[in-house]
Design a protein around this ligand. Sequence first.
Ligand SMILES: Nc1ccn([C@@H]2O[C@H](COP(=O)(O)OP(=O)(O)OP(=O)(O)O)[C@@H](O)[C@H]2O)c(=O)n1
Ligand SMILES: C[C@](O)(CO)[C@H](O)COP(=O)(O)O
Length: 235
Amino acid sequence: MSDRNGPVVGILPAAGRGVRLGEPLPKAFVELDGRTMLDRSVEAMLASAVIDRVVIVAPPELAATPADRLVGESFADRVTVVAGGAERADSVRAGLAAASGARFVLVHDAARALTPAELFVRVVDALRAGSDAVIPVLPVVDTIKSVDKDGVVTGTPDRSTLRAVQTPQGFDVELLERANRDAADATDDAGLVERLGERITTVVGDPLAFKITTPLDLVLARTVLASGVRTEKEM
Ligand SMILES: Nc1ccn([C@@H]2O[C@H](COP(=O)(O)OP(=O)(O)OP(=O)(O)O)[C@@H](O)[C@H]2O)c(=O)n1
Ligand SMILES: C[C@](O)(CO)[C@H](O)COP(=O)(O)O
């Protein structure tokens, strides 16, 4: 596909249970300062003005809930809700199947609920400029070791070549569909594209796009909001 001006659809995997977070609700429905992670994520995606519509991939028992009960009313008409699967990759595939008409897709974890709108803009700009697969990355701040099955150190990769990977991850829709055709294990969507030997480019990530995974992350997210640090661009 050569025209790079076509529609961008956001796929928002939000079907995880949040076992590591340990809250009673599925993680995307946990509130941060009175609003769910899901609602915050949808708002950031649509407020970026570079995403035309969003497919929410919800826990199956909530997938029949009308969109205006899941997210703010002003966004509901640009949202579709589908049921997720057992693993994140299954949920992404369900979202991709509902992304009809997309030229590009942005896959974004609902768990990265404080992601600023500017990060979506950076990823879409890179797609429009010619990339078919784009991921946001940050430098790794810790020294990383590889270990064997007994926990004994086997090496120290050169940290300058390593990056921590975030979402949103942006793709030419046909490329991500092709990457998902053969079931394979990968911890992110770009990992599937890598297996095809395709080129993946990077943009600078954002510390506020951290994934809320553990109770400590929840404390951090709530503290960030209480501190008044700007998490959304005023547009
Ligand atoms: N079957 C799944 C698993 C995860 N996700 C989504 O993928 C994102 C990243 O996953 P993670 O943060 O690991 O969430 P959980 O799988 O819920 O976490 P845990 O492993 O602690 O249960 C989250 O927005 C989560 O809702 C999903 O849509 N479907
Ligand atoms: C996709 C991802 O958010 C990129 O960092 C991450 O790999 C998901 O990890 P998970 O623990 O499988 O949710």
